[in-house]
Design a protein around this ligand. Structure first.
Ligand SMILES: [Zn+2]
Length: 434
């Protein structure tokens, strides 16, 4: 067994990874716009990646995703829904599967194809300057997708021990994975992966160490629609302002968050009725609220209090009119880790790093942001995130840039770690239930 492991190291280390080819693939998918609602661009990327995976022997399927949001209510006058849309959001997700050696473990590899850059953004091309490649989604996380593709090529061509592989590249991570969360959970239930790797951006610190993400905060998104009654601004006593009611609720929510340890809150977007004018009492207002928390109990308790505040109706002192609220918990993602089973993953990565003389030391970290690794972790799967290309400036137009020199070492690292996780070994029980 020891011998076989050594062989695996040699074979994975010597498989040729055409770095020029990987960089070209990165350029190609970076320059296809794939903001989360651009399903045409996402399909092009998915088909390009599907071709790569199929060539490696994967069985690949594209899944349409749909998230039905609650239909908007009618306002107090019974007017038609205020949002023109039917409230659904759509996605297109790639799922790839490949059987491993008999009796092997199963590893889930998570990535996302979408980015945050609108089709109208001037930031659409990849600019390479020496080692730095600047482009939309190059770090978050098209570089990570290429790390996976390169790693799989090295793993499969080397003939090293191989776990069964389950890949999910979704199209809506940047908008909270609303249409893919259910799919990921179904796949976890049916394939019962032992481990999960996620390729969110790799980060190198000033001291040269690189981060292995072992913990992430929990995250919740709430949406509220408030329904008042319109009136001419000169006769406000005839209506009730939905926007004023919402503003008062936001102030209360912020006060509550500031008194709750480990919880942060942000009201990122709010708006009044689409047909409102400055001289009309607004009949409708809505807001999207972001909540982050350290542990699931305090997160859940805070969210329930927030929902109660948002759901309260307000009564006008001038008349009998009362607002109504429709509160939606768009998602609630518990925190990720720590999990004792992560030790085997960390061990596999460290061992792989030694084997290939990886030039940076890893440090386990907690990141405040949520990722799809939270979903896997919440299903008891030991997960490590942050294994994508090394870079910085995620979500910043003309600021997002990756280190091309990290592509190949990270691909080999992933390949070797997968090879050493292929055998169930003693820690399988730790893996699932520890
Ligand atoms: Zn990302």
């Amino acid at each position: 067994m020891k011998r076989r492991k050594k062989d695996a190291i040699i074979s994975v280390s010597t498989v040729e990874l055409p770095i020029g080819g990987l960089t070209e693939l990165l350029r190609e998918i970076v320059e296809i716009n794939s903001v989360s609602d651009n399903l045409v661009g996402i399909r092009r990327i998915a088909e390009r990646i599907a071709a790569e995976l199929t060539a490696l022997g994967f069985d690949v399927k594209l899944h349409a995703g749909e998230h039905r949001r609650q239909r908007v209510d009618r306002d107090l006058e019974g007017a038609a829904p205020l949002e023109p849309d039917d409230g659904s959001e759509r996605g297109l997700h790639l799922v790839g599967r490949l059987d491993g050696d008999p009796g092997s473990t199963t590893v889930l590899l998570l990535g996302h194809m979408d980015t945050v850059y609108a089709q109208s953004s001037p930031f659409q091309a990849l600019q390479v300057d020496g080692d730095l490649a600047c482009g939309p989604g190059v770090v978050d996380m098209k570089g990570g997708l290429v790390v996976i593709l390169g790693g799989l090529r090295a793993l499969i061509e080397s003939g090293a021990p191989r776990p069964s592989l389950l890949i999910v590249f979704n199209s809506d991570e940047e908008v909270s994975s609303n249409t893919s969360r259910g799919l990921i959970e179904e796949l976890i239930a049916s394939h019962r992966p032992d481990f999960c790797f996620c390729v969110e951006p790799g980060e190198r610190r000033a001291d040269g160490t690189e981060e292995l993400v072992v913990e992430r905060k929990g995250h919740c998104c709430l949406h509220v629609g408030i329904y008042g009654r319109a009136a001419h601004a000169s006769k406000p006593e005839l209506g009730i302002s939905a926007l004023s009611a919402l503003a008062r609720k936001i102030v209360r929510l912020e006060a509550l968050a500031s008194q709750t340890a480990g919880v942060t809150l942000n009201v990122g977007r709010w708006s009044g009725a689409p047909d409102a004018t400055y001289n009309t009492v607004p009949r409708y207002a809505q807001a999207e609220i972001d909540v982050r928390f350290d542990d699931v109990e305090s997160g859940r308790a805070f969210v329930e209090q927030a929902k109660a505040i948002l759901g309260e109706s307000a009564t006008s002192p001038d008349n009998e009119l009362t607002t109504r609220s429709l509160v939606e918990e768009v998602f609630f993602a518990p925190p990720m880790g720590p999990h004792p089973g992560q030790q085997r993953l960390i061990g596999a990565l460290m061992q792989a790093a030694t084997a290939i003389d990886y030039p940076h030391r890893f440090v386990p970290v907690k990141r405040p942001g949520r990722s799809d690794a939270n979903i896997a972790a919440n299903h008891g799967i030991p997960s490590i995130d942050g294994l994508g290309i090394v870079g910085s400036g995620s979500h910043v137009a003309f600021g997002e840039s990756a280190r091309l020199s990290s592509l190949e070492p990270r691909a080999r690292l992933l390949a070797l770690a997968l090879a050493s996780l292929a055998r169930a070994g003693d820690s399988r029980s730790v893996g699932r239930n520890g």
